[in-house]
Write a protein that binds this ligand. Sequence first.
Ligand SMILES: [Zn+2]
Length: 66
Amino acid sequence: MGSIMIRCPATKRAIATGIEMDLAKFQRTAVFFSRSYCPHCRTHHEWFARDAWIEETTPQDATEAA
Ligand SMILES: [Zn+2]
């Protein structure tokens, strides 16, 4: 699993969309479209899957959590 990231078109900064999806599933979703709140602009940006990428969440906390 990973978090879907997008690039803010105004500030060019990375935004975590809060959507978590498996990378393989994400890549199969050919035409994926969404809106996400941008904390930098304090507005919503519309984005397509081709503009987004997956930031893999490292399972480092999992061992400690148990
Ligand atoms: Zn923005």
